[in-house]
Design a protein around this ligand. Structure first.
Ligand SMILES: [Zn+2]
Ligand SMILES: [Zn+2]
Length: 587
């Protein structure tokens, strides 16, 4: 019996984002990618991570992390994990350059970085690895073949089959065909992102001529192109179109500037120094001879395009003489933000060109026919679809069956699944947490209760009632004070505030008459009276914040202060229960 290999999927199987898997053999672990997910509707949450707790319990057994390419859904979790785990990182030069930049930005020390070149072979932990080039929407992506006691495990990484990529670096199917012979590939893990899209993706190099056409048609106008800052080949084509029409290229946005610099240093991006300018030069440039390439095409609020749309960009004011090209496609979940951005720019008089009108964008993920070709080249014994929303995983599963794989050779896994590869095949071996771990801008955990509370506050507002009771005199020491935000229209705030104050006074006086002297009970009565009036009067459910202060003692007039501020939201606005930083999936 050869030693089994266990795979633990910590993220990426059931969503596009937070890709992370652990491969384990003879007690040693190699981590494959460590990504994050961009939250779409979580107030105050900057990133969603895999739950690393299973990994952290085994931190001393982690040999290394291998990162397949430079996208955030593959490297974005590293700054968080590296706070707790010391390990070398393996990846291509561009990927590691991006990782180093992220760690520096986070103020973390740089771990050992081991640069991989196409076709390299390395022993990493218990595995003999071989790295093959894949074409994707960021340079130097790597497919990995893990040589294990259970045979070869092939991880496709994010890939497409583009016969004419901008850098000429094609996905190495010929090598896969070689490896598919005896003893062959035991297990395939492959990108499912476009498994439900028919046909094949169009080539990245088809975008260049379309951009050139757009540039020609918009002669005499300034052109602003929004693109992903990691999409070096797209930036290359924008630069070519700019050069071809005699325009100076201005690179805007910190991440765009950083990545362009890195890619030029590595020789991955060729732009003549003489045609490059910075934000500071914008003012002196003739708009008709300027092309700006910037971030924010996904509607990100802080990025350059949105700043322009809001008229708040420091260096550039968008107007009727501008053409804005969206050289990207909205990522699922970003559609609304992108459409708001389109409208805001259109209101400023700018002309818009986007992928819905013209071929100014193509995907970096292979569609169905490309996936079929990968399966045929690798001809694996076993298959697990990875990297996709649930529907994508299902579509990829079906594709494998369609190709003739026996149903018992395909295993559909989701986040948290552990599978074991043994001489007998693949089996489910257990479950680990698949919870969403939410963190804020500074990497601090954000609890689910906090997020729910913010949601409730943003939708319903809050009502605060302060009551001071004089127990010695058996009455209120002062009229109840009512403050509210986001509950009713400002013009009605005073009227409703007076009504709440009246209802609370009545309830508290009744309680005192009954002999209730306990601050906690008086708080409960205040909350109840407020809630009743608020919901019957306005039909809304704002968070209730009763604050009751008790002075004196029943029957006496000596001052003793029993102060209690109850800051929990009331039943109406009450949200989370447990205070952890996790969140069930399937939002
Ligand atoms: Zn990717
Ligand atoms: Zn990805």
């Amino acid at each position: 019996m050869a030693a089994p290999v266990t795979l633990t999927f910590l993220g990426g199987l059931g969503e596009i984002g937070r890709n992370c898997a652990a491969l384990e053999c003879e007690g040693r672990i190699v981590l494959l990618d460590c990504g994050q997910l961009f939250p779409d509707d979580l107030p105050g949450v900057d990133a969603v991570l895999p739950d690393f707790s299973w990994l952290l319990e085994r931190a001393d057994r982690i040999e290394a992390c291998l990162v397949t390419h430079a996208h955030e859904d593959h490297i974005g979790g590293l700054p968080y994990l590296l706070r707790h785990v010391e390990m070398p990182i393996y990846g291509s030069a561009f990927t590691l350059g991006m990782v180093a930049g992220k760690l520096e930005f986070a103020g973390l020390p740089r771990p050992e970085l081991v640069t991989l070149a196409d076709h390299d072979r390395r022993r990493i932990g218990p595995f003999d690895c071989e790295f093959l080039p894949v074409t994707h929407s960021t340079p130097q992506g790597l497919m990995t073949i893990f040589g294990t006691p259970q045979g070869r495990i092939l991880h496709s990484s994010d890939f497409k089959l583009d016969p004419t990529p901008v850098d000429g670096r094609v996905t190495d199917l010929p090598r896969l065909r070689q490896l598919s012979g005896d003893p062959g590939i035991r297990l395939l893990l492959a990108d499912s992102t476009n498994a439900d899209s028919a046909g094949s993706s169009s080539s990245e190099s088809a975008i260049g001529p379309v951009l050139e056409q757009v540039f020609a048609e918009h002669e005499g106008r300034r052109i602003v192109v929004g693109a992903f800052s990691s999409h070096v080949h797209r930036i290359q084509q924008v630069a070519a179109a700019a050069a071809g029409t005699g325009r100076t290229l201005v690179v805007l946005g910190p991440s765009m500037v950083r990545n362009v610099t890195l890619a030029r240093e590595l020789g991955l991006l060729r732009i003549d120094d003489r045609m490059l300018a910075t934000a500071d030069d914008l003012e002196g440039l003739e708009p008709a001879r300027t092309c700006v390439v910037c971030t924010g095409s996904q509607g990100e609020p802080r990025a350059a395009l949105n700043q322009m749309a809001q008229g708040r960009h420091r260096f550039l004011t968008v107007g009727e003489d501008d053409t804005i090209v969206f050289s990207s496609h909205p990522i699922p979940g970003n559609e609304a933000a992108v459409s708001r951005l389109h409208n805001a720019l259109a209101r400023r008089g700018a002309k818009l060109v986007h992928s819905g009108q013209l071929g100014v964008h193509t995907t970096g993920h292979g569609k169905r026919e490309e996936l079929r070709e990968l399966h045929e080249a690798a001809d694996p014994e076993l298959f697990i679809p990875v990297h996709g929303e649930y529907a994508h995983l299902v579509a990829h599963h079906e594709l494998a069956l369609e190709r003739g794989m026996a149903p018992d050779r395909v295993l559909r896994c989701t986040d948290g699944d552990q599978v074991r590869l043994t001489d007998d095949g693949l089996e489910l071996a257990g479950r680990v947490s698949d919870e969403y771990v939410m963190v804020d801008e500074r990497g601090r955990p954000v609890g689910e209760d906090l997020v729910e509370e913010r949601r409730s506050l943003s939708g319903e507002g809050f009502v605060l009632v302060r009551v001071v009771v004089d127990l010695g005199r058996g009455r209120l020491a002062e009229p109840p004070l009512v403050e509210s935000r986001g509950w009713v229209d400002a013009s009605e705030r005073d009227r409703w505030g007076a009504d709440v104050a009246g209802a609370v006074r009545e309830a508290v006086e009744a309680a005192l008459a009954e002999g209730v002297h306990d601050a906690e009970e008086l708080t409960r009565r205040t909350r109840r009276a407020t809630g009743k009036l608020v919901s019957s009067g306005t039909g809304r459910r704002p968070a209730l914040v009763p604050v009751v202060e008790v002075r004196g003692r029943p029957g006496g007039n000596r001052d003793a202060v029993g102060n209690r501020g109850d800051r929990r939201s009331g039943k109406a606005g009450e949200a989370g229960k447990s205070g952890n930083a996790r969140r069930r999936k399937g939002r």
